[in-house]
Ligand binder design. Structure first.
Ligand SMILES: Nc1ncnc2c1ncn2[C@@H]1O[C@H](COP(=O)(O)OP(=O)(O)OP(=O)(O)O)[C@@H](O)[C@H]1O
Ligand SMILES: [Mg+2]
Length: 268
């Protein structure tokens, strides 16, 4: 029986390329013939805009309804491309956070409410917000693998170490151990030396956990403004080339045990 791969895209540092990576990798994986679902676990709700989906604030059902009111998933998921569904979110997800605090086993709400949802897919991707919130803890209790985009700056590198610590926390308190799929250097720019310094550091520290890089490309921002993925907007662009390669690598490799000792050293 096939096992669905449940991959969280996470870095507690904002603006590290999480949502762009989730959408781009998701669309390429579906383009390769996989069935993919992308769950927006961030109240910013960026995933909908990135795929050009307009949500009606009052009537469109979102992840909030699944988490808080047992709303059927069929009424929430939206087919946005061939073989590519999303579960959208919006600001209401922040309210779900508050309401979840009162629930028993609150860190397991997502796992409980999604029950067999993943079975219909080859990949379920989860886009996390930039914080260590209860929602992100829910994602860590649901996903089996972590993909960590890391922008070309020091704070983003610290975010990588924090992601490792979150895994350790999850193992200690929830007896769950998501594996590291890899770290994706994003915003790579041949013109500035800091990007190279960051990648060299990541490779030295995390070795083969470092996945193919994604270069800085203004087409990414333009695609986002149009509500198109990079595969649609400019399939021959640098970013499309990089995300195609990354998605192909992700489809082939398996996640690894995390090196907690390394993470602790880095975060000090
Ligand atoms: N490779 C790239 N080249 C140029 N711009 C990029 C690239 N990747 C992402 N961006 C832009 O950088 C910004 C931040 O990216 P993104 O929203 O994916 O980050 P994020 O980690 O999801 O942010 P947040 O933490 O707020 O959720 C967006 O405007 C996006 O269009
Ligand atoms: Mg985001």
């Amino acid at each position: 029986m096939k096992k669905t791969r449940k991959i969280a895209v996470m870095n507690h540092k904002g603006g590290s390329g999480k949502s762009t990576t989730a959408v781009s990798v998701g669309h390429f994986l579906s383009d390769f013939g996989n069935k993919v679902a992308l769950i927006d676990c961030d109240p910013q709700g960026n995933i909908s805009s990135l795929v050009g989906l307009k949500l009606d604030r009052d009537t469109t059902a979102t992840l909030y309804d699944i988490l808080i009111s047992d709303f059927p998933i069929e009424g929430v998921k939206q087919k946005v491309r061939q073989g590519f569904d999303i579960i959208p979110s919006n600001k209401k997800l922040a309210m779900a956070e508050m309401q979840m605090h009162a629930l028993p086993a609150r860190e397991w709400t997502l796992e409980r409410q999604l029950s067999n949802f993943a079975d219909d897919y080859d990949f379920v991707l989860l886009d996390c917000g930039p914080s260590l919130s209860l929602m992100v803890q829910n994602v860590l209790c649901y996903a089996d693998e972590l993909l960590i985009p890391c922008a070309a700056d020091t704070l983003s590198v610290q975010g990588v170490a924090h992601a490792f610590e979150s895994i350790e926390h999850t193992e200690k308190f929830f007896r769950r151990h998501p594996l590291i799929l890899g770290i994706v250097p994003t915003f790579q720019n041949a013109v500035t030396s800091v990007a190279k310094v960051v990648v060299d550091y990541l490779k030295e520290t995390y070795q083969d956990l470092v996945l193919p890089e994604v270069r800085l490309d203004t087409k990414v921002t333009r695609a986002a403004a149009q509500g198109e993925t990079i595969l649609e907007y400019s399939p021959k662009s640098r970013a499309a080339e990089d995300y195609r390669q990354l998605a192909s690598k992700i489809a082939q490799i398996s996640a690894k045990e995390v090196l907690l000792g390394v993470a602790q050293t880095v975060s000090r």
